[in-house]
Design a binder for this molecule. Sequence first.
Ligand SMILES: Nc1ncnc2c1ncn2[C@@H]1O[C@H](COP(=O)(O)OP(=O)(O)OP(=O)(O)O)[C@@H](O)[C@H]1O
Length: 159
Amino acid sequence: MSNAAALKQVYTLAIIKPDILIKKKQSVDTILQSIGERFTIHNDIKPINLSVTQAEQFYNDHRGKFFFERLVCFMTRGPIVPLILTEKNNDKNTITSWREFIGPTHAENARKIECLRGKYGSSDTWNGFHGSGSNDEATQEINFFFPTFLNDTTVDHFK
Ligand SMILES: Nc1ncnc2c1ncn2[C@@H]1O[C@H](COP(=O)(O)OP(=O)(O)OP(=O)(O)O)[C@@H](O)[C@H]1O
């Protein structure tokens, strides 16, 4: 593996999901501030809307599961904010750290601990936040939303 490939793995792809932008709009600045205290945000913070085709593609691994249609419907219901993040503490793994920060997928588990999903999520589907599950997934998901970022030579990927 080249150095560049190894160092690029520090990124993760986070999403603030539509439930936050629809139901908890007044909390977005607070959420972004708390994210910014722990993570560096590498992209412009810009709400975008996913088409059904894009949402189906993004969650393709879940195709066939009982919640797939519900998930696609939810993710296309309103704007989302995709974020490229790195953990500010170099001793911590960005992907694990962000997933810990957002908390468990299911609302009932998330509410038991201090985490973003526990605080702002509403249900198993409307759970507020996404985080890449692995380095490969992070690369794939960053390329999905930001096709030029990982190959952008004007970005310092070596920090
Ligand atoms: N049992 C379920 N019932 C309803 N919705 C679900 C269920 N499991 C997952 N989902 C929805 O599908 C998304 C993707 O599921 P996945 O298993 O990948 O969870 P995750 O990795 O915690 O979430 P994400 O991929 O969004 O970070 C979840 O975040 C949630 O919105």
